[in-house]
Design a protein around this ligand. Structure first.
Ligand SMILES: [Zn+2]
Ligand SMILES: [Zn+2]
Length: 340
C-alpha cells in the first residue's frame, strides 16, 4: 500500500508540475500593496521561458531600484503621457492615499528610461518613443542606444546593453531566452488616443519654447500591444484608448487575443463603451482591469460604488482586478488558474 501511495503521489506531481510551469505570471506593481489604486498602471509579465516584460512603468514604481521589479528584459511603453512614461515616481511603496498616491518628480529622465538603463533592457516601442527614451538612457549610461541585435528576427535576452526595437505600428519584436524553443512576440497595435510628452521631460530649449504656448511635442502615434507568450496566451494591452474598430479586426480576428489588460479611466471611454469593447469586439476569455483613476478597492475588496464595479457588472469575459503585488497565473487559453 505504501508503494502504491507513493506512486500515486508521484503521478500527481508529474501531472501538475508541467502544467503550472507553463503559466504566464502577471504581477501588477501599483502604489498600495493588496489594492487597486487610482494611479496603478505598471505590470510585469513573466513568460514560462523566463522572459520578463515591464509594461508602462508610470508613477507607481519608486524608481529603477524598486525591489518589486527584479530582472526586466523588455520595457514596453504604450504612449508618452506622464502617467505611463513616468514623469513622476512613487515616494515610497504605500505612500499617500489609494486615490492619490504620493509622488516625486522623475524628470529629466522618466521612470521608463531609468529602469531600461538600470536593467539593461530592450526598449520595445514605436521608434518615435524608442529614440526619445533611448536618448535618456544615453544620458544616464553615457553610451548611445543601438537597435537590438537580432538573429533570424529574434533578440536573445537578457541583452548585453540597453537597446531599442526600431518597430512601428504593426511591427513585432521577438524576445527569447537562450535555451527556449520559442520567443515571446510583441506586436505594436493601434490605440485611439494622444501622445504628447510632458514638458518636464523635454530639454530646456524646447520646454521654454513650447511652454509659452502650453503645448508639447507628439512622439508619433499612441499604441497598445499584443503579446504572444510561449504557452499560447495572447494578451492585448489596450493602452489608453477610445473604442475602435481594430479591436475587432486586428486584435480579435487577426491576433485572436484571449486575455485583455484594459485601461479604465473616464477620459477615453465610458463604462458602456468599455463593456462593448470587451464583450463584442475583443472578446477575450478574461480581462484584467487597470488604470482606474479611482480607488477601486479598500482593504483589498471591491468598492461597490466604484465606476470599475459598474463595468464589471456588464462584462461577459471573466474580470480580474490588477491588485498590486498579487501574481496571477494564466494558461494558454486566457484563463486565470492561480492567484485570482
Ligand atoms: Zn494617456
Ligand atoms: Zn493614462
Amino acid at each position: 500500500m505504501k508503494t502504491a501511495h507513493a506512486g500515486a503521489a508521484l503521478a500527481f506531481v508529474l501531472a501538475v508540475a508541467p502544467a503550472s510551469a507553463q503559466n504566464v505570471k502577471i504581477t501588477p506593481v501599483g502604489s498600495h500593496p493588496g489594492e487597486l489604486c487610482a494611479n496603478d498602471r505598471a505590470t510585469i509579465f513573466e513568460d514560462p521561458t523566463g522572459v520578463r516584460i515591464l509594461y508602462d512603468a508610470g508613477h507607481t514604481v519608486t524608481g529603477a531600484d524598486d525591489a518589486r521589479l527584479g530582472a526586466i528584459h523588455v520595457v514596453l511603453l504604450s504612449h508618452a503621457h506622464g502617467d505611463h512614461i513616468g514623469d513622476q515616481k512613487l515616494k515610497a511603496v504605500g505612500a499617500g492615499e489609494c486615490a492619490n498616491s504620493e509622488r516625486l518628480p522623475a524628470s529629466p529622465n522618466s521612470t521608463t528610461a531609468e529602469i531600461a538603463a538600470a536593467k539593461n533592457a530592450a526598449i520595445a516601442m514605436t521608434s518615435d518613443m524608442g529614440t526619445f527614451i533611448g536618448r535618456k538612457v544615453q544620458n544616464i549610461h553615457g553610451k548611445p542606444v543601438a537597435v537590438c541585435p537580432q538573429t533570424a528576427g529574434v533578440t536573445s535576452v537578457p541583452v548585453a546593453a540597453p537597446c531599442r526595437s526600431n518597430t512601428h505600428l504593426g511591427g513585432a519584436f521577438i524576445a527569447k531566452t537562450p535555451h527556449a524553443a520559442q520567443g515571446v512576440e510583441i506586436t505594436i497595435v493601434f490605440a485611439s488616443h494622444a501622445n504628447n510628452v510632458p514638458l518636464s521631460l523635454l530639454s530646456e530649449a524646447q520646454r521654454t519654447n513650447l511652454g509659452a504656448d502650453n503645448t508639447s511635442i507628439v512622439l508619433g502615434p499612441p499604441t497598445g500591444y499584443v503579446v504572444k507568450f510561449t504557452n499560447g496566451l495572447v494578451a492585448y494591452l489596450s493602452g489608453d484608448t477610445g473604442i475602435h474598430t481594430e479591436m475587432k479586426t486586428v486584435v480579435n480576428e487577426f491576433h485572436k487575443a484571449n486575455l485583455a489588460v484594459l485601461n479604465l479611466g473616464p477620459s477615453a471611454g465610458t463604462v458602456t463603451s468599455g463593456a462593448y469593447a470587451m464583450n463584442e469586439l475583443v472578446r477575450p476569455a478574461s480581462v484584467i482591469l487597470t488604470h482606474p483613476n479611482e480607488a477601486v478597492t479598500e482593504g483589498g475588496k471591491l468598492r461597490t460604488t466604484s465606476r470599475t464595479a459598474a463595468l464589471i457588472k456588464q462584462l461577459k469575459p471573466t474580470p480580474h482586478l490588477a491588485i498590486s503585488g498579487r501574481t496571477m497565473e494564466f494558461d494558454g487559453k486566457g484563463k486565470c488558474v492561480a492567484g485570482c
